[in-house]
Design a protein around this ligand. Structure first.
Ligand code: GLN
Length: 278
């Protein structure tokens, strides 16, 4: 009877159904223990409530639900952020957006930065922390996403002004030195949306949902609105899909941007494109 409750046995059994590391992280989450506890005290007994909770999360992970939603957090740029199914799970793809934004922000004194479609707030919060002179504004159309973002900003003591609305809508005529965005850009018909954990993530954060579209509808809106919201010499940086860099550069060129370029993510894929408006 008690063998069934031992934490080490639970880990071993779960490791036959899901990835062993995921099993460990779920156990640590449910039992409030560390990796070292698990190794040092595999004989520790779980309470019936912990066992029931662990069984539930194990079944959900087995059914494909992302680990980040099950444990309620994920790491980005070395910081832990709360996540819920109201927001996308932070991805390493987005690190290059932060790097490029940071390099630009650090060249300016008290830059005004805008993050459009902030989701869990990771981009705005990391920029606020690493560039303390910057003044951050972050917009999202989703109130539940903004609640997650606000909690993350409080957790990391990051001064970010959060506004609810559709892209530039809540900003009036305000202008910024740098606009960054990780918008929805997956084409609605892309089979990627049905794979891995994506069906569990907010669809509106991944795709514009336009049947037969190219996934660039939001990027077009962001580029078009930049004229009214960038200060002279201000820059725009947008994350996009693995095969969209050429199209995004063309959109930026056509909109009158200069210094148009693309930057590669950790997987050597052109992941962010941007330019400057004079
Ligand atoms: N890079 C993400 C993916 O392909 C999509 C993120 C986004 O749409 N902004 O899973």
């Amino acid at each position: 009877m008690s063998a069934a409750r031992r934490i080490g046995d639970a880990w071993r059994r779960a490791g036959q159904r899901i990835d062993r590391l995921d099993a460990r992280l779920l156990l640590e989450h449910v039992c409030g223990c560390s990796h070292a506890d698990l190794i040092a005290h595999p004989e520790r007994e779980m309470t019936p409530a912990q066992l029931a909770r662990f069984d539930e999360l194990l079944a959900r992970r087995e059914a494909g639900e992302p680990l980040a939603y099950l444990v309620g957090s994920a790491f980005f740029h070395g910081l832990e952020f709360a996540v819920s199914p109201a927001v996308l799970i932070p991805r390493p793809d987005t690190e290059v957006l932060v790097e490029q934004a940071l390099a630009r922000a650090r060249r300016l004194t008290s830059p005004r930065l805008l993050d459009l479609g902030t989701g869990s707030g990771i981009v705005a919060i990391v920029l606020a922390r690493l560039c303390p002179s910057a003044v951050l504004t972050a917009v999202d159309v989703s109130a539940p996403a903004l609640a997650v973002a606000r909690a993350n900003a409080a957790r990391h003591d990051a001064p970010v002004r959060f506004l609810e609305g559709d892209w530039y809508a809540p900003l009036g005529d305000e202008r910024f030195d740098l606009i960054v965005s990780n918008p929805p850009y997956v084409a609605a018909g892309d089979p990627h949306l049905r794979q891995n954990g994506l069906p569990f993530e907010p669809r509106d954060a991944l795709t514009d949902g336009l049947a037969g579209g190219d996934g660039l509808a939001c990027i077009r809106i962001i580029i078009a609105g930049a004229h009214r919201h960038l200060s002279p010499g201000g820059e725009l940086l947008i994350e996009h899909g693995y095969d969209q860099a050429v199209q995004v550069r063309e959109l930026l060129d056509a909109a009158g941007f200069s210094d148009v370029g693309s930057w590669r993510d950790g997987a050597a894929i052109e992941r962010v494109s941007g330019g400057r408006l004079s």
